[in-house]
Structures are given as structure tokens and as C-alpha cells.
Design a protein around this ligand. Structure first.
Ligand code: CA
Length: 226
């Protein structure tokens, strides 16, 4: 059983995370201050640390630095403000990733699993915030969802890549056919609907939250909304 140390002073946030992690068979220790976190870390080193930034005593940044003096344990930051994200990215603290409040506990657990699978922590967070859920690597023509590579057909890949290139933009079926099909005349509007349906199902296999990003705009078309 993998152990997770949660350092978070807001009980409501800690409780939902603890519940989600225990449901997924993690052993969880929860403390509410940075110094308790460091004490627990040195007495019982966990497999993973979830670290709030705004703590009553130290900042999460301080705690992260202290942990990094002696350990490469994966660390996930919980951030509440954009300014904190800038710091996470800018300070090169050695955190592995971060999530922004409010978050879905299930998505966080999926992220923790993905980071653990990745094994060795990277020196800096590599995933920008909006694409943490879905990440497109153009060079390899691959798209990951919560860290899992999606097994997509060529048309599903092209469609999702189009949406990811312009999140929030509404694409009509005609535009999608034009962009993703070599011979758009041979396909029909409902071809798009069928592909969107299968795409949603593949996303849902990884994360309900991810499937919900692909939205229907009735009478208009489709859009990807983070
Ligand atoms: Ca806090």
C-alpha cells in the first residue's frame, strides 16, 4: 500500500482528498501545518506528498525546499491563486506537479497515480495548467489524458488535436469535417457526431472530468472547455 502525506490546513479540502485516496487504497496521513509535515516526513517518509502552499506556519514552498534537501519523493502542490502557480513554475522548487483549487478529488488521485507511475520526479513541473487534464504532444501525435496515453483512431486524434489547439472555440460540424477529413465531401455531419461520441467514451474511461470538457453547443457544433 502506497502512503501519502497530505499537508493542508483546510479540513474540507483535506477530507475529500483523504476519502478519495483511501477509496483507492492509499494509506493517508494528514497534518495541518508545515512543521508537522516536516516532522512526519522525517519520522515516517511517505511515498508521496500533497502540499498546500498557504499553511499557517511555513509556506508549502519552504516545506518543499526542506524535503528536497534530503529526498526525491514526488510532491504535488495544491495552489489557490495564479500568483502561486507562477511561483511554482518560476522557483524550480522540485515539485512534480500542481493542481489548482477547487479541484476534483478523483482527478487529483489520477494525477498522483500518473506521477507515481512516471517514477523519478522531474526537476520542474512540465505540464502547463490548462493541459494537465489533456496534453497534446505534436511531435509524437499523441494525446494523454490524466497522464494516460489515449488510444485514438486517426480521425479521433485529429478532432481532439483541433479542439486542443483552440480551447473554448466552437467548431461547426462542417469546419471539423473540413479540417480533419482528407475528403470531407465523402463524410456526413453525423460522422462527426459518431466520432465525438467515441472520443467522449475514451476520455470517460480515464476521467469523467475530461469527458465533460468536450461539449455540444446545440445547433452550432462542438467545443472543448477546460
Ligand atoms: Ca491553506
Amino acid at each position: 500500500m502506497k502512503s501519502v502525506l497530505i499537508v493542508e490546513d483546510e479540513p474540507a479540502i483535506a477530507d475529500t482528498l483523504i476519502y478519495a485516496l483511501k477509496t483507492e487504497n492509499f494509506s493517508v496521513t494528514h497534518v495541518t501545518t508545515g512543521s508537522e509535515g516536516l516532522d512526519h516526513f522525517s519520522s515516517t517518509p511517505p511515498d508521496f506528498v500533497v502540499l498546500d502552499i498557504g499553511l499557517p506556519d511555513l509556506t508549502g514552498f519552504d516545506v518543499c525546499r526542506r524535503i528536497r534537501e534530503s529526498s526525491e519523493v514526488p510532491i504535488l502542490f495544491l495552489t489557490a491563486r495564479d500568483s502561486e502557480i507562477d511561483q511554482v513554475l518560476g522557483l524550480e522548487l522540485g515539485a512534480d506537479d500542481y493542481v489548482t483549487k477547487p479541484f476534483s478529488p478523483r482527478a487529483v488521485v489520477a494525477r498522483i497515480r500518473a506521477i507515481m507511475r512516471r517514477g523519478q520526479p522531474s526537476p520542474a513541473p512540465s505540464v502547463p495548467p490548462s493541459s494537465a487534464l489533456l496534453h497534446h504532444t505534436e511531435e509524437t501525435m499523441s494525446i494523454t489524458c490524466c497522464g494516460h496515453q489515449l488510444d485514438l483512431t486517426a480521425h479521433e486524434y485529429k478532432l481532439l488535436a483541433i479542439f486542443l489547439s483552440q480551447p473554448g472555440r466552437v467548431f461547426t460540424r462542417e469546419q471539423l469535417l473540413e479540417k480533419a477529413w482528407d475528403d470531407p465531401g465523402s463524410a456526413m455531419d453525423r460522422t462527426i457526431d459518431a466520432h465525438i461520441k467515441s472520443l467522449r467514451a475514451k476520455l470517460r474511461d480515464q476521467s469523467t472530468e475530461a469527458a465533460q470538457t468536450l461539449q455540444t453547443r446545440r445547433g452550432l457544433g462542438y467545443t472543448l472547455v477546460f
